[in-house]
Design a protein around this ligand. Structure first.
Ligand code: ZN
Length: 310
């Protein structure tokens, strides 16, 4: 499947409170809410998407806010850190801004030659802002964060694994190349994709398995250009012995899913058709959008969902 994978598409996590989650991403981080819909498998739960102006693949963080939900425990077999790219020289701004929004565990360090700021999200989610050069990405500025410091989509993600070997082999099979190593972390990088191009594998053999809950990543999605590329990836994975779901229509992309050797759920999602397929770019994320099969139940679904301000 050489060259079919184009970096990350989106990362999907779980949250407790929808409004807190919304406010953290739109007000503290200054992202745009590009879609307000429901969990297609459980329509009494929102599915909220945050990204740049149009939800460009590689910029999209999504959440299922389940309401009352125990906080997850970090450990092996999960995406341990979700990393966003920010312009060089912006971490001073971000340290002050996030502190003023009450964000906890702010810590600046340097890793694999990059300056970064790590911090916790509203449910203990593990995030990092990484200063890096990014070409061809424009931050969303209507959220109150200026162009010269705004978030430029994902930089990548760090996986925590008891044993990284099999996941490293899978990433190589997907077109990633083994890159630098620092401590227990080995970086994999994909060329010729979008700007969300790194996956760091951290081997933590002593750690306990992660327990999923609020603040945990549910799955990580890799981008392919279109449905033909997706079918080719699906076939290549199945020929290698992976059990892959059929293609599922998620309205804004098509998706396939498979469980990886280290325990992390991978998705491969198409760049087509995108988040503007059912609303104008100027009004993305404002109205509650439902998949067609739930439209007859709209009134009931809206009554079950908690109120959510812009
Ligand atoms: Zn997904």
């Amino acid at each position: 499947m050489d060259k079919l994978i184009k970096g990350l598409h989106h990362i999907t996590s779980m949250a407790a409170d929808a409004q807190k989650n919304n406010d953290f991403f739109t007000k503290a981080l200054g992202l745009r809410r590009v879609k307000k819909t429901v969990n297609f498998d459980a329509p009494d739960v929102y599915h909220l998407y945050y990204g740049d102006e149009t939800g460009t693949p590689g910029s999209v963080m999504t959440y299922f806010p389940f309401g009352q939900m125990p906080t997850g425990t970090r450990g092996n077999g999960e995406v341990g850190v979700t990393e966003f790219a920010v312009p060089r020289g912006s971490l001073g701004f971000w340290t002050d801004r996030l502190a003023s929004h009450g964000v906890s565990e702010l810590r600046k360090d340097r890793f694999l030659g990059e300056d970064r700021l790590t911090f916790s999200g509203p449910d203990g989610d593990s995030f990092a802002l990484v200063e890096t050069e990014v070409e061809g990405r424009v931050p969303w500025t209507a959220g109150g964060v200026a162009q010269d410091v705004g978030v430029l989509g994902f930089h990548g993600a760090r996986f925590r694994l008891r044993d990284a070997a099999a996941t490293g082999e899978l990433l190589s099979f997907m077109g990633y190349q083994k890159d630098e190593t620092e401590g227990a972390v080995t970086r994999y990088r994909i060329e010729n994709g979008n700007a969300a191009r790194t996956i760091d594998l951290e081997e933590t053999p002593q750690a306990a398995p992660a327990r999923q809950g609020a603040g945990s990543v549910h799955h990580i999605a890799f981008a392919v250009e279109d449905r033909d590329a997706q079918l080719a990836v699906r076939k290549a994975l199945m020929d290698t012995g992976y059990q892959v779901t059929p293609v599922i229509d998620r309205d804004y992309f098509w998706a396939i899913y498979f469980r990886t050797p280290g325990g992390i759920l991978f998705e491969v999602a198409t760049n087509e058709p995108g988040f503007d397929r059912d609303e104008d770019t100027a009004h993305l994320g404002e109205a509650l959008k439902l998949p067609t099969r739930y439209e007859p139940h709209r009134a009931q679904i809206e009554a079950q969902l908690p109120p959510l301000d812009q």
